[in-house]
Design a protein around this ligand. Structure first.
Ligand SMILES: [Zn+2]
Length: 386
């Protein structure tokens, strides 16, 4: 099976500018038309604004569980990056295909479309399905609506393959993520009289200190999963903003921070510990000025993925894609949501490397696309035989 058509499809997909903040409807319309021309119907699940859509398509019998291939259509921005090649068109050079999203993850989507078209010509015993989402790059936001629809469907897939770039190696896990924001309210004043009021930056520092102490505790005493490079749950402050001038006691400070949890840890328990700390810090500050406080809100979260390697679905994938080592990934995917919402076993396996993702001159090796085409062709063979 040659990768010629996958490459042609990838050229079309790369030409669609689907940076997360923009509409993905042109790409979705393209996919719908392409599949429709081969007799494959698609269902769209729109966002509230009507400018973005998820797409679900299926080929083969409708009344039995199948395999769903999952990919996100959005890509990260290119602004501020030193691209030497045009980001929104395909450039093929030295065995590589360059373009924004080539690795993350339009390369996989191209191979998946090719596979669906091939499968539509065959008599499958189990369906091959495609789930395309929007707004993945901002916290797996869009796919949730699609999962609501799939949750209500009479038949669910027996396996979900998320095609995030793993160099076609098999992965069964990733950490969950909880993004948090805190607004610290103090009271402004002349810096010469700083002790008479509450400095919002100082409140922020107290909260950062709590985050760091919690990390130290988790590191020393928390659960561990040796399959990860960092084998425990992590906490991290990514942004700390506040202050106007040196001689003004700042009245406001904003923090963005996160928890990335392994499966053994419940992120809500950690959020609760931080909330208790927030209340203690606020109470102390209110003894000085009554309006002083920290407000902490959860901005976004997605669950981790922890598919058991003893799952039949993992053995099924291994039967046509033997791997000596099964990985856990440092980055998150929509797989955790597929698993949590639908109860469907999920593996992550896709062409290209996460090392090339989100960078200038992002690329995928043509050989990786060929491997993915071959992988999906073997999957189709299984769906004919099952
Ligand atoms: Zn991705």
């Amino acid at each position: 099976m040659s990768g010629t058509r996958s490459l042609a499809l990838l050229a079309d997909l790369l030409g669609q500018r689907t940076v997360t903040r923009e509409s993905n409807l042109a790409l979705i319309a393209y996919v719908r038309e392409l599949l429709g021309a081969h007799g494959i119907a698609s269902t769209l699940v729109m966002d509230d604004t009507g400018t973005k859509a998820n797409l679900f398509a299926s080929t083969g019998p409708e009344d039995v569980p199948g395999v769903v291939l999952s990919g996100h259509t959005d890509v990260v921005p290119v602004e501020g990056q030193a691209w030497t090649l045009p980001p929104f068109e395909l450039t093929q050079r030295d065995g590589r295909v360059y373009g924004r999203g080539s690795a993350d993850m339009k390369g996989f989507i191209a191979c998946a479309l090719h596979a669906l078209i091939e499968a539509s010509k065959l008599r499958l015993k189990r369906p091959l399905q495609l789930a395309l989402s929007y707004d993945e790059e901002i916290g797996c936001v869009g796919v949730r609506r699609l999962l609501d629809v799939l949750h209500a469907a009479p038949v669910r897939p027996f396996l979900c393959i998320v095609g995030e770039p793993t160099l076609m190696r098999l992965a069964t896990g990733h950490k969950g993520k909880t993004a948090l924001h805190a607004t610290c309210h103090g009271r402004e004043g002349h810096s010469a009289q700083a002790p008479l009021t509450v400095n919002a930056l100082h409140l922020g520092c107290d909260l950062v200190s709590e985050v760091r102490q919690l990390q130290a505790r988790v590191t020393a005493q928390g659960a561990r999963d040796g399959a990860y490079d960092v084998p425990y749950t992590t906490l991290h402050v990514g942004k700390f903003n506040g202050g106007v001038a040196l001689n003004i006691v700042p009245n406001r400070c904003d923090l963005d921070f996160e928890i990335r949890n392994i499966a053994q840890d419940d992120p809500q328990a950690l959020v609760d510990l931080l909330q208790t700390a927030v209340e203690r810090i606020s109470a102390q500050a209110q003894a000085v000025v009554p309006e002083a406080r920290i407000e902490m809100v959860e901005v976004n979260s997605y669950p981790g993925l922890d598919t058991s390697v003893t799952e039949d679905a993992v053995a099924f994938v291994q039967s046509f894609h033997p791997q000596t080592e099964v990985l856990k990934l440092a980055f998150g995917t929509e797989g955790g949501l597929f698993s949590a919402r639908l109860g469907v076993p999920v593996v992550v396996c896709g062409p290209g490397s996460i090392t090339q993702a989100h960078k200038p001159d992002e690329y995928v090796e043509v050989e990786q696309l060929a491997q993915c085409d071959a992988f999906l062709a073997r999957l189709i063979g299984q769906l004919q035989a099952l």
